[in-house]
Ligand binder design. Structure first.
Ligand SMILES: Nc1nc2c(ncn2[C@@H]2O[C@H](COP(=O)(O)OP(=O)(O)O)[C@@H](O)[C@H]2O)c(=O)[nH]1
Ligand SMILES: [Mg+2]
Length: 443
């Protein structure tokens, strides 16, 4: 999928919100930090990323959720809305008789996209013709002809002819009864005067309804200035961002182009003729964030924790491995009242927890989290090494008393003992395994 990494990291952030017991300032700040990191990693402009996350933070902390919505749903909604906002409005390309002129620098994907568009319109029941207006690259006609054959669309061209306007004029005559005529043109290595001159000349003859600028997303934020320059010069009606597949800089290109006000109409997601998607910001972001999944998750979040997490934790418990990080996860799982509650009650950790007990556990968990934040990774993984001088340091660092740190360690040692007993108890393990396998862990 396009922008896979960005999607994954934001989806994880949203899941964090969906599973949170309460939405407080701490969670919002954490989410904002996560979001910033995800956006910057996807090459989104720093200023834009900060603007977006600031707005998310402001709205999440100040806006009341609308009636019938939980605070968690509301925060997720805000993130979604702000991300759609960055990408601007959707622009519909009508399915009717019209002419499209393709422009852009060399190698951006004009010819490939011409073929993809031909395929797109043809599949939707329109007749299509392609005109080979690139007169500079020697094999340009052959390339377009090959692509035309692939999607079964006629190609008009004059190999050897050096005047693009002439070819375009003849091509338009040839295709005068065709619904959609797509004109491929030459590019240059950079935006030079003579390229602009040529496009303007071809544009006059073509009298195109649409001028599509084709831009390679791999250039990242540089796509913005390029889009702007073309937009100012020839007035593009739509941008096609290509090579968004596997491009780490896709987030940068998308947001930068959107910011110029040139509407993104399609995105190219691969080398094949089918790899073209109509660009609809709301749909794109919704899919990127997995809004459908998040919604489903939210509906069940209060009862069930992520099955993968549950299995992972259960497996670790069975192996007898247990450090402070595991304990933290385990306690967190308990406060979620999730499937693991069953496991824990089997382990004799909890019988039945009342709401007050859950709340007390959550308070304890908050303290534990603060204390554990002051521990080093080494200490978390190997709590045995935490002796009195370390206890003092951790207490100072977390603003808690040494007694509270000791209480955490005591709780840890007790839990560890229980886990040890469990990992030595084959019968109990088999029982748990059976439940895991039957998928019966959910209560
Ligand atoms: N992965 C990927 N490659 C693409 C995409 N669009 C075009 N390409 C490739 O980019 C290269 C240049 O494309 P071309 O259409 O010849 O560019 P032009 O010079 O602007 O006409 C070709 O190798 C295409 O296969 C895309 O969306 N994804
Ligand atoms: Mg070309």
């Amino acid at each position: 999928m396009v922008l896979d990494n960005l999607g994954k990291s934001i989806r994880n952030t949203l899941k964090k919100i969906a599973r949170a017991s309460t939405v407080d300032e701490k969670l919002v700040k954490e989410v904002v930090r996560d979001l910033q990191r995800a956006l910057l990693t996807a090459d989104v402009n720093v200023k834009l990323a900060l603007k977006l996350t600031k707005e998310v933070e402001r709205r999440a902390l100040n806006e009341e959720p609308p009636a019938g919505k939980s605070a968690r749903e509301h925060v997720i909604r805000i993130i979604y809305e702000e991300m759609v906002e960055i990408l601007g409005e959707a622009r519909e390309i009508p399915l009717k008789k019209h002419r499209i002129l393709m422009v852009g620098l060399y190698g951006q994907g004009k010819t490939t996209t011409s073929g993809k568009l031909a395929n797109y319109f043809k599949k939707r029941g329109l007749s299509v013709g392609l005109i080979a207006g690139d007169v500079h690259r020697p094999a340009a006609y052959d390339q377009l002809k090959q692509i035309g054959d692939m999607v079964d669309v006629p190609v008009y061209g004059r190999p050897g002819e050096k005047k693009a306007p002439k070819i375009v004029r003849e091509g338009l005559e040839e295709f005068k009864h065709t619904d959609v005529v797509i004109i491929d043109t030459s590019g240059r290595h950079s935006l030079e005067d003579d390229l602009i001159k040529e496009i303007k000349l071809v544009g006059k003859v073509a009298k195109a309804d649409e001028i599509f600028l084709v831009l390679d997303a791999a250039v990242g934020q540089q796509a913005g200035p390029q889009a702007k320059a073309f937009h100012d010069a020839v007035g593009v009606t739509g941008v096609v961002l290509t090579k968004l597949d596997g491009s780490a800089k896709g987030g940068g290109a998308l947001s930068a182009v959107a910011e110029t006000g040139a509407p993104i109409v399609f995105i190219g997601t691969g080398e094949h003729m089918e790899d073209l998607e109509k660009f609809d910001p709301a749909r794109f972001i919704s899919r990127l964030l997995g809004m459908g999944d998040i919604k489903a998750l939210m509906e069940t979040a209060s009862e069930v924790m992520d099955e993968e997490d549950a299995e992972e934790l259960a497996k670790r418990l069975m192996s007898g491995k247990f450090n402070l990080i595991d304990m933290y996860n385990q306690m967190e799982a308990m406060t979620k009242m999730g499937p693991l509650k069953k496991v824990f009650s089997m382990l004799g950790f909890v019988d039945r927890m009342s709401d007050e007990e859950v709340e007390a556990l959550q308070r304890k968990l908050r303290d534990f989290r603060i204390i554990m934040d002051s521990m080093t990774r080494e200490e978390l993984e190997n709590p045995k090494m935490i002796k009195s001088s370390r206890i003092k340091r951790i207490a100072r660092g977390s603003g808690m008393g040494p007694d509270e740190v000791r209480a955490l360690l005591k709780h840890y040692n007790q839990s560890k003992k229980a886990i040890k007993g469990f990992s030595g108890n084959r019968k109990l393990q088999r029982q748990l395994m059976k439940q895991l396998e039957s998928g019966n862990l959910k209560m």
